[in-house]
Design a protein around this ligand. Structure first.
Ligand code: AMP
Length: 197
């Protein structure tokens, strides 16, 4: 894997553990010679992963919509900064530039981004591994939600398994590297019948 996209909070969160985990993940990616792709800004955990990867000698590519550049939060010291028209082309470009995706703790933006790439993986639109860094149990309630969706018949166990999880940054990156690259398609070999997620 040559590049990983990180989705993460635009704030630091309330516990220093989140910043520590963000820095460890950025170091793990840079030390493996992987390019770190992210949202291109200087704020919160986003700024922290960029700074850490750059200072570890890593390559960092930011993708930011022009509305946020004009608010002057774009990181000007990156290896590359792509400025897009809006959020949709931004997410498309982040996805194209990345061979895998990891979510650190975050809020709506992070949840939306990781859910979208998992949903695309489920539809067979890409075969790139997706992971959650479960820092201090941050994602436990989301994982319980996914298990509940399986139990309720809205999510196949195989789709659920697309979400790789670890609390350790190094181990999570290793899981992504070891993940099969075969395209998964939940509709393969069957009709899109009701009750068949
Ligand atoms: P949130 O988790 O709601 O803080 O949103 C963070 C995610 O949404 C990041 O992965 C970014 O891609 C995007 N995002 C949210 N706020 C910003 C911002 N101020 N600058 C750049 N990207 C942002």
């Amino acid at each position: 894997m040559k590049s990983v996209c990180i989705f993460c909070g635009s704030t630091f969160g309330s516990d220093g553990l989140y910043l520590h985990a963000a820095r460890s993940l950025a170091t793990a990616i840079a030390s493996r010679g992987m390019t770190l792709v992210y949202g291109g800004s200087t704020v919160g955990l986003m700024g922290a992963i960029a700074e850490t990867a750059l200072s570890s000698g890593g390559r960092v590519v930011g993708v930011i919509p022009k509305a946020l550049v004009s608010r002057e939060i774009a990181h000007r010291g990156l290896s590359e900064l792509h400025v897009t028209e809006g959020m949709d082309d931004r997410k498309r470009l982040m996805s194209e530039l990345s061979e895998g995706f990891i979510a650190l703790p975050g809020g709506y933006g992070t949840l939306e981004e990781i859910s979208e790439v998992l949903s695309w993986a489920q539809m067979g639109l890409h075969a790139k591994p997706c992971g959650l860094l479960n820092v201090a149990g941050f994602y436990d309630s989301f994982l319980q939600f996914l298990d509940g969706a399986v139990a309720a018949g809205f999510l196949r166990p195989a789709s659920r398994a697309l979400a790789l999880v670890d609390s350790d940054p190094e181990l999570l990156v290793s899981k992504l590297e070891a993940a099969p690259r075969a395209r998964y398609d939940r509709w393969q070999g069957e009709g899109a019948s009701a009750g068949s997620p």
